[in-house]
Design a protein around this ligand. Structure first.
Ligand code: DC
Length: 211
């Protein structure tokens, strides 16, 4: 395996990219960064400060969150995901979060990062680029079970509508939209069990990194 292995895992929300990224990090012994958490922290901080996530200045002001914010359990809430998606359309927010992600990606030895624009913007030189996706139905069902395990009471239809709205926003924003980067391998997890998806991802990384 090459030195400094950078693995980029992009994809829509609840596609299984986080699970895959964590498993890849464990398998290859690399540090992992869930970049969505950074956008979630900005969205949450903006809301707590009484700001408007659609306003670029309010969203930018929220980028100065402290690291303990990253441990806030509310970051995992569905509503925070919506706020994150809204603040993430502002170019100034993306610029403010860039260095932190870039430094993580280029640390000695390599790293695994998951998000929307890892292969296209943060680490275009990544040796392995995966695009993890799944149908809206499969993703909504997964998110529904996850939310109920966390004791959050939210209807399946509400989750599906929220996912569709976020997909639309993440794919159509002008700056760093969610795209399948050139050279990325697509893994559709709709009909895969967790272990199957992880095995497919490891096989893909082995093939891409050896190429
Ligand atoms: O992966 P997630 O659901 O935690 O991401 C929440 C939102 O953050 C997502 O809807 C868009 C934004 N995001 C982004 O724009 N770029 C990233 N690299 C990661 C997340």
């Amino acid at each position: 395996m090459a030195q400094d292995l950078i693995i980029a895992v992009d994809g829509p929300t609840a596609s299984g990219k986080g699970t895959i990224a964590r498993a890849l990090a464990a398998h290859y012994g690399l540090p992992h960064l869930d970049t969505g958490l950074l956008y979630r922290a900005v969205g949450r901080q903006c809301a707590l400060a009484g700001g408007n996530p659609d306003d670029p200045a309010d969203a930018l002001a929220a980028c100065d969150f402290t690291d303990d914010r990253l441990g806030d359990p509310e970051l995992r809430a569905e509503a925070t995901g919506g706020l994150a998606s809204r603040v993430s359309i502002h170019p100034a927010v993306r610029t403010a979060l860039y260095e932190r992600q870039r430094a993580f990606a280029t640390q000695p030895g390599g790293a695994v990062l998951d998000g929307r624009d890892i292969a296209s913007v943060i680490a275009p030189e990544a040796q392995a680029k995966l695009f993890v996706t799944a149908s809206v139905e499969a993703r909504a069902q997964r998110r529904f079970l996850e939310m109920h395990e966390q004791g959050r009471d939210i209807a399946l239809a509400e989750i599906a509508a929220d996912l569709a709205a976020r997909d639309e926003r993440d794919r159509n924003r002008k700056d760093a939209p969610l795209v399948v980067a050139e050279g990325a391998l697509v893994i559709d997890t709709s009909d895969l069990r967790r272990e199957e998806a992880i095995a497919a991802a490891i096989a893909a990384v082995d093939a891409l990194a050896a190429a």
